[in-house]
Design a protein around this ligand. Structure first.
Ligand SMILES: [Zn+2]
Ligand SMILES: [Zn+2]
Length: 346
């Protein structure tokens, strides 16, 4: 038997003892050592529907841990290996899977998003794909350090989706974990103008420390004006929308130059109503490309980490044991006090 955090409905998370997970031939079992709370975990924590009551959800996909057992078809891993990553199981039957392009599968499931996640003593990682979705920790790397690489990989994917270039002027709407990592990646690439718009003082201060050329408080300032001042009225080449709020989204076309790129990273919780003015400014007057970003670029994240230019550890603002996961969720919701909250295991 093991301890796990079960989500029964909005805000209703309970620690219970459940059966030890069983593994199939393509799976491994990982003894969890650290797991970060992601924006997408919070999203489910707040919005979990009625189904959760019948089938409580175990969240958590940003984890590191020790391999405890291995299915007989799995290669490249041993019991006792220190690993991090996100397990990923593609559907195996869609057009893309049948062609071997499993990364394009429209129905993948990962621990915490469709499969039981890592807010538990043990997590099953299906189809671990060592070196692609699951990685060995380097000598001397700590559990928390490893668990915090996933959001960097998400940010790396967004930077890739933007086809970011050094000469670009960048605006980041939302200075949470992903926004702050996009900032760091852009700075590491040599991008000099990076404006971060974020209501939380803690997150704005962190953005300044991490190299933002400008920070702005959207509750106090007219962001289009701040971006105009910062760019000599040329406006931004790229906006990364990382907040998932309609206010931020609707500002975006005003912040962009014609032919600019709007990269959608944040997840929305409320319905958004897009007025005709927004649509015509976006598409007719400014020829803006609005591009989605979901997924990870692990290779790029690991490469950037090795350069030593990226700071992730100091983004961890608080740590809790699994028993206190309810408190941890509340703490992660408070953007004035937290950036990344970690669940740590003995
Ligand atoms: Zn995540
Ligand atoms: Zn598929």
């Amino acid at each position: 038997m093991m301890k796990a955090a079960l989500l029964y409905g909005p805000g209703d998370i309970r620690i219970e003892t459940v059966k030890d997970p069983e593994i199939g031939p393509d799976d491994i079992l990982v003894k969890v050592k650290a797991c970060g709370i992601c924006g997408s975990d919070l999203h489910v924590f707040k919005t979990a529907g009625l189904e959760a009551l019948q089938n409580p959800i175990i969240l958590g996909h940003e984890f590191s841990g020790e391999v405890a057992s291995i299915g007989n078809k799995v290669q490249g891993l041993n019991v006792g290996d220190r690993v991090f990553g996100t397990g990923y199981r593609n559907c195996g039957t869609c057009l893309w899977c049948r062609q071997g392009q499993t990364f394009r599968c429209p129905n993948p499931t990962v621990p915490g998003e469709g499969l039981p996640g890592a807010f538990a003593e043990y997590v099953v990682v299906p189809n671990p794909m060592p070196g692609q979705m699951l990685f060995h920790m380097e000598e001397g790397m700590e559990w928390e350090e490893a668990a915090i690489i996933e959001p960097l990989a998400v940010a790396a994917h967004a930077v890739r989706r933007a086809r970011l270039e050094t000469k670009d002027k960048v605006v980041i709407l939302g200075g949470g974990m992903i926004g702050l990592n996009i900032l760091q990646l852009a700075r590491a690439m040599g991008v000099s103008t990076v404006i971060v718009s974020e209501p939380s003082l803690l997150r704005r201060n962190t953005a300044s420390k991490l190299g933002a050329s400008h920070v702005a408080n959207p509750t106090r300032e007219y962001i289009a004006e701040s971006v105009g001042t910062a760019t000599g009225d040329e406006m931004a080449d790229v906006v990364f929308e990382c907040s998932g709020t309609s206010i931020a989204l609707k500002q975006s076309p005003q912040l962009l130059r014609p032919y600019g790129r709007l990269i959608q990273v944040g997840m929305f919780e409320d319905e958004i109503k897009l007025e005709p003015e927004f649509m015509s400014l976006m598409f007719q007057f400014k020829n803006i490309t609005w591009r989605g970003s979901g997924g990870q670029r692990w290779d790029m994240a690991l490469e950037q980490l090795r350069t030593g230019q990226i700071r992730t550890r100091e983004l961890i603002t608080k740590r809790y044991g699994l028993d206190d996961i309810g408190k941890a969720m509340i703490s992660q919701l408070d953007t004035e006090l937290s950036i990344k909250v970690m669940i740590v295991f003995p």
